[in-house]
Design a binder for this molecule. Structure first.
Ligand code: SF4
Length: 300
């Protein structure tokens, strides 16, 4: 049986298991996934692909609430962004392997991305977890503007390479610069120049931010962007996406009372429906961005 026939058979089996309503949603999602196979084209004015992307993501977020597995929507997001970036390969950029100046600034991330990356970090063990916590301690007092005066490397940067390259956040995937020397000066707080950024990458970043916002809102999940170190630290304390969505009780790993006994898990105060409390003050990180900062940040 050929690949197409096998796929069709699996689709029929899946549809047989579902109610008519579920089948309609599932069929729509398959169509939407096919529509976004080549990614959002930032040069196109056609909103069909962004709309399909938002629908497919929203369906997968709803599914994640049921299964507790946040990876499928995050994987679709990243696969689709990769397709968009491949479509922009003829746009000249100064970025190349080993160039990491933009990894020294504020990075924005959504809650599902943070929860998905946190799973990878947990598998790496205590040393990596400690690195994230330390980075958060070093950066937590800086708001978006102050952070530019205090460049700090991303805790996941190792020898100028991203140690979670295949799982890096969407803003990192769509970061692009026209001049690496200006990056070197601005991201290390030596000068305050405007960074030349390819308009197609900026447009694509905006499109994916809007799509992600729409999908999360539609699925009833928080749609804010969080500072990366803070979101990861918070996500590392969250056992699972299912738990995060349900707002169940949890306890940070180092939470112990003085006599060494473990108290009953305390509800996380300020928890959102996705388990990440608003790590930023209302409105923080959503100010108009200067071109210098916008390379790794997004307005949602
Ligand atoms: S996640 Fe990777 S690409 Fe993004 S800032 Fe950190 S090291 Fe750089």
């Amino acid at each position: 049986m050929g690949g197409q026939a096998k796929w069709r058979k699996a689709e029929i089996e899946e549809l047989k298991r579902q109610s008519p309503e579920e089948a309609a949603v599932w069929r729509q999602m398959q169509n939407d996934k096919r529509s976004v196979a080549f990614g959002i084209n930032p040069e196109s004015l056609d909103i069909a692909v962004p709309a399909a992307m938002a629908r497919a993501l929203s369906a997968l977020f709803n599914e994640a609430k049921r299964t507790g597995d946040i990876d499928p929507p995050v994987t679709l997001l990243y696969t689709t962004i990769n397709a968009t970036v491949r479509g922009l390969s003829d746009v000249p950029v100064a970025c190349k392997k080993g160039c990491s100046h933009c990894c020294y600034t504020w990075v924005s991330v959504t809650a599902p991305e943070a929860l998905s990356i946190a799973k990878i970090i947990k598998r790496r063990g205590d040393a990596t977890i400690e690195k994230i916590r330390l980075a958060y301690q070093q950066t937590k007092d800086y708001d978006f503007d102050a952070r530019t005066q205090h460049p700090r490397p991303c805790p996941l940067l190792e020898e100028d390479l991203c140690s979670i390259y295949d799982a890096r956040p969407k803003v990192c995937r769509l970061a692009a610069s026209g001049d690496a020397e200006i990056c070197a000066r601005t991201f290390h707080n030596i000068t305050d120049e405007n960074l030349p950024m390819p308009v197609m990458h900026v447009t694509a970043r905006g499109a994916y931010a809007i799509v992600m916002t729409a999908a999360l809102r539609h699925a009833g999940l928080p749609y804010h962007a969080y500072e990366f170190n803070a979101a990861l630290t918070r996500a590392l304390e969250t056992v699972s996406f299912r738990q995060a969505c349900m707002g169940l009780k949890t306890r940070p790993p180092d939470y112990r009372v003085a006599d060494g006994t473990s108290p009953e898990p305390a509800p996380l105060r300020g928890i959102t429906t996705c388990g990440l409390p608003p790590l930023l003050e209302e409105g923080a990180g959503r100010k108009p961005l200067s071109p210098r900062h916008a390379v790794l940040c997004e307005v949602q």
